[in-house]
Design a binder for this molecule. Structure first.
Ligand code: ADP
Length: 435
């Protein structure tokens, strides 16, 4: 366009130039024709002057005309063309930037995206889609990709879906759960142009949902057992005449079961408190050695009942720790209680308090029943007990260690358990030292 304009301008200037030269020629000839042989110097001079004046006028007209034509052409053609070219260049830049943005988005998106043309051939894909649907290089059509899974969707069905509607399917691929949305792709005039598929990984979501369901089932089950006992014994007592001894026996069962329910509810409340209160644990500076000794004092009656030999060794000069003191006390009480409960009478329980680098630690070692290896990685799960009937008998809820782990996580600490069946258990708790 611009080149064209330049040529036009050159042609116009050449033509005006030619007209100018032509007029000069004609005028010169006309004037020279008037000069006769008899003409004197004066007349010749006059004629030359005339020629000069005419030449001057023509030159001025030529210059003025050229300027006017130049201005006109640049206003009418060149400027708009330049604007057009600039705008087009901008557009190209923007489009390529948008393309780049789109590519980056597709590359890093956690959701998978696939597009298919009307023949079901793949026209666009991103790494997430390849990973989630396990697409192989040879899988290049709708049928090859989705034929592997049990999905009752086909290309035609999606292409001719109503406007703005989509269809979705949930599938399990290996250990993963994915959600697949299918939507028709349309041209500007609304004619079908293919299919867009969005793939979401919902594995975590499904797992959490299952955990929640399991948790509700566990809680109901845990509450149901003591309630059944309480109701059974209470009804028996109400219905018959029993001697004092039997009555006492039944009432004892009722009281024990009620206490267990109360403990379960307290533990559940504690768990939910730690689940919800992200940062509201009140941290203070305290001495871990003193806390462990105080916990041992509190459990003296239980220790004496089982005639255990308990020793506590505290390293000198342990720096203070900075943590939620009530929470840590709860953890220590739970670990010592476990050692007391799961160790036969006259057992040995040793406790060590010390520090390494930036952590203070408590090590509690018993020579009790121990935990079988296959149960070790599950003991931090909510409600997990190694021997259900035995532990329940001992008043355990199976929540103690999961609460302990939760509390230590919130305090940037850790808990590790080593154990050998029938030999004993070693629990190590670490808590950061105040800097
Ligand atoms: P519980 O309230 O039932 O004691 P915990 O979460 O504290 O629940 O413990 C989970 C399970 O781990 C217990 O039921 C028990 O079987 C096992 N366990 C914990 N500590 C010990 C230990 N010191 N010795 C043997 N088994 C233990």
């Amino acid at each position: 366009m611009l080149k064209n304009a330049k040529t036009k301008l050159a042609i116009v200037l050449i033509i005006t130039g030619l007209i100018g030269i032509l007029s000069i020629g004609i005028t010169t000839i006309l004037i020279l024709e008037n000069i006769t042989l008899e003409a004197n110097i004066e007349t010749i001079k006059q004629s030359i002057l005339k020629i000069e004046i005419i030449l001057g006028i023509i030159a001025i007209i030529y210059v003025v005309l050229s300027i006017l034509i130049g201005i006109l052409i640049s206003k009418k053609i060149i400027e708009p063309s330049e604007e057009l070219i600039n705008a087009a260049e901008e557009n190209v830049k923007e489009v390529s930037m948008q393309k780049k943005q789109m590519e980056t988005m597709l590359l890093h998106m956690t959701d998978g995206i696939l597009a298919f043309d009307m023949n079901g051939k793949i026209s666009l894909t991103n790494p997430a889609a390849t990973r989630l649907l396990r697409i192989m290089p040879e899988d290049d059509t709708f049928d090859k990709i989705f034929g592997k899974y049990n999905i009752n969707v086909n290309l035609e069905k999606v292409i001719y879906l109503e406007n703005w509607t989509s269809t979705a399917q949930r599938v399990a691929i290996g250990d993963n759960y994915i959600y697949i949305f299918f939507a028709p792709l349309r041209n500007e005039d609304e004619t079908p142009n293919g299919v867009i598929v969005v793939i979401q990984d919902i594995t975590e979501h499904v797992k959490l949902d299952n955990m929640r369901k399991e948790f509700v089932a566990d809680v109901s089950h845990e509450l149901k057992t003591p309630i059944t006992s309480i109701m059974g014994y209470a009804d028996t007592l109400l219905e018959g005449e029993y001697d004092k001894e039997t009555q006492e026996k039944f009432l004892n069962v009722i009281a024990t079961e009620a206490r267990r329910m109360a403990k379960l509810v307290t533990d559940l409340l504690t768990l939910s408190k730690y689940d919800n209160d992200e940062d509201r644990t009140r941290k203070v500076e305290f001495d871990l050695g003193e806390l462990v000794k105080a916990c041992q004092e509190k459990l003296q009656i239980e220790i004496q009942k089982k005639k255990h030999n308990v020793e506590c060794f505290v390293t000198a000069n342990i720096p203070s720790v900075y943590a939620d003191k009530d929470g840590i006390e709860r953890v220590v009480l739970n670990i010592i209680t476990n050692s007391i409960k799961y160790t036969q009478e006259k057992g040995t329980i040793k406790m060590y308090v010390g520090y390494i680098y930036n952590d203070a630690y408590i090590k509690i070692i018993d020579n009790g029943l121990g935990i079988p290896e296959e149960d070790l990685n599950r003991i931090f799960d909510r409600f997990y007990r190694v021997d259900k009937s035995r532990t329940r008998e001992m008043g355990g809820t199976g929540l103690g260690l999961s609460i302990a782990k939760e509390i230590l996580d919130k305090n940037n600490g850790s808990i590790d358990i080593k154990s050998k069946k029938e030999q004993g258990t070693e629990v190590v708790i670490r808590i950061p030292i105040k800097k």
